[in-house]
Ligand binder design. Structure first.
Ligand SMILES: Nc1ncnc2c1ncn2[C@@H]1O[C@H](COP(=O)(O)OP(=O)(O)OP(=O)(O)O)[C@@H](O)[C@H]1O
Ligand SMILES: O=P(O)(O)OC[C@H]1O[C@H](OP(=O)(O)OP(=O)(O)O)[C@H](O)[C@@H]1O
Ligand SMILES: [Mg+2]
Length: 286
C-alpha cells in the first residue's frame, strides 16, 4: 500500500512527524528520494508535490494521500474519499481585492478579472453566485496581480492575514476553509491495511492535548478522588501489590485534558492522593 505525502514546503515536516508518531517510522528515505519504506513492509511512502497528490491517488500511483483539502477540491477527482481530518495546515481560500478600490462585494466582479492558483475552486465559487468574471491562472505570488493591473481581485490562501495586509488587500468573501486530510481511492477502501493506517493516524490526533495521570489513593478516600477527576470515562482503579501497605492504597489512572491537569492535581491532592505522576500520551486508540 502506498501513501503519497508532500515532498517539501510547509506540509512536509508536520506530515512526516505525524507518520512517525503514528508508528509508521520511515526507512531508507534520504533527501531527494522519491519514496521511502516504512517499518511496516506493506506500507511505502511516496513524496509528491502537495498539488499533485490527489491525482496520484485518483490515478492509482498511490492508494492513500495526505494533503490540503483545497488541493483535493481543486483536483476535481471523483474517485477519492476523505478518511480523516488531520487538523493541521489550517487556512482559508478567500476572495480579496485592493483595500482602497471599488471592489467590496462579489457583485462588483461582473466582467472583471480574478487571478488565482485555484481556477477550478474559483470557477465553482462564482458559478454559485451567478457573477462571471474572467479567471486567470497564476502559479504563485498571486497577491501581486491586482497591483500590476493583471487582475481586479484574487482568490488565494490566507492564514495569519499578514501577506494580504502587506499587499494592501482586503477580504471580500470566504471561498473555502481548508486543513490537511487523509484520503483514499474508493476502490481500495475495503483493504484492512487502510483502516490500520487510519486508526494509527487518528490515535495520534486523539492523544493530542491529553495527559495520563497516575496517583496513589487511600481506599477510604477513593470516592472523593474519583469525584474530582474529569476523566474520559471513569478512572482505572488498581490494587497495589504491597503486603506491607497497611493503609490499603489503590493506584488510580486517568486520561485528562491538558488544560484540566493543573486544577485536577490540586483537587486530587486535597482529596488525599499522593505520588502523583503526569505523562504524555503518544497514541490513544478509542
Ligand atoms: N499560509 C498557510 N497557512 C496554512 N496552510 C497553508 C498556507 N499556505 C498553504 N497552506 C496549505 O499547504 C498546502 C501547500 O501549499 P503550497 O503548495 O503553497 O506549498 P508550500 O508549502 O508553500 O511549498 P511551495 O509553495 O514552496 O511549493 C496548501 O494547499 C494549503 O493546504
Ligand atoms: O496569511 P498568511 O499567514 O500571510 O499566509 C498566506 C500566504 O501563505 C502562502 O504562501 P507561502 O508562504 O506558502 O509562499 P508561496 O507563495 O511560496 O507558496 C499563501 O500562498 C499566501 O501567500
Ligand atoms: Mg506556498
Amino acid at each position: 500500500m502506498r501513501i503519497a505525502v508532500p515532498n517539501k514546503g510547509r506540509l512536509h515536516e508536520p506530515t512526516i512527524d505525524l507518520l512517525e508518531r503514528a508508528g509508521l517510522h520511515l526507512e531508507n528515505g534520504a533527501d531527494r528520494k522519491l519514496y521511502a519504506d516504512t517499518v511496516d513492509p506493506d506500507v511505502t511512502v511516496l513524496f509528491a508535490r502537495a498539488a499533485d497528490i490527489p491525482e496520484y491517488v485518483a490515478d492509482g500511483a498511490a492508494d492513500l494521500g495526505i494533503t490540503g483539502f483545497d488541493q483535493v477540491q481543486e483536483a476535481r477527482v471523483d474517485n477519492v474519499d476523505e478518511l480523516l481530518d488531520l487538523e493541521f495546515g489550517r487556512c482559508r481560500l478567500v476572495l480579496a481585492a485592493p483595500e482602497d478600490g471599488d471592489i467590496t462585494s462579489v457583485d462588483d466582479l461582473a466582467g472583471k478579472i480574478v487571478a488565482t492558483e485555484f481556477p477550478n475552486i474559483t470557477a465553482d465559487f462564482f458559478a454559485d453566485t451567478g457573477v462571471e468574471p474572467d479567471i486567470v491562472e497564476v502559479s504563485g505570488a498571486t497577491e501581486l496581480t491586482p497591483h500590476v493591473e493583471m487582475a481586479d481581485a484574487i482568490v488565494d490562501i490566507t492564514s495569519t492575514g499578514t501577506t494580504l495586509k502587506m499587499n494592501r488587500l482586503a477580504i471580500v468573501d470566504e471561498v473555502l476553509s481548508s486543513s490537511v486530510r487523509l484520503f483514499g481511492r474508493d476502490d481500495v477502501l475495503d483493504d484492512p491495511k487502510i483502516e490500520e493506517v487510519r486508526t494509527a493516524l487518528s490515535s495520534v490526533k486523539h492523544a493530542e492535548g491529553k495527559r495520563y495521570l497516575m496517583m496513589n489513593v487511600p481506599r477510604t478516600e477513593l470516592d472523593d478522588v474519583r469525584d474530582v477527576i474529569p476523566g474520559l470515562g471513569g478512572p482505572t482503579v488498581m490494587d497495589i501489590a504491597d503486603e506491607t501497605d497497611d493503609e490499603g492504597k489503590v493506584a488510580v489512572h486517568a486520561v485528562v485534558n491538558e488544560t484540566d491537569v493543573f486544577e485536577t492535581i490540586t483537587d486530587v491532592k486535597a482529596a488525599g492522593a499522593s505520588d502523583i505522576l503526569v505523562t504524555e500520551i503518544e497514541r490513544l486508540v478509542e
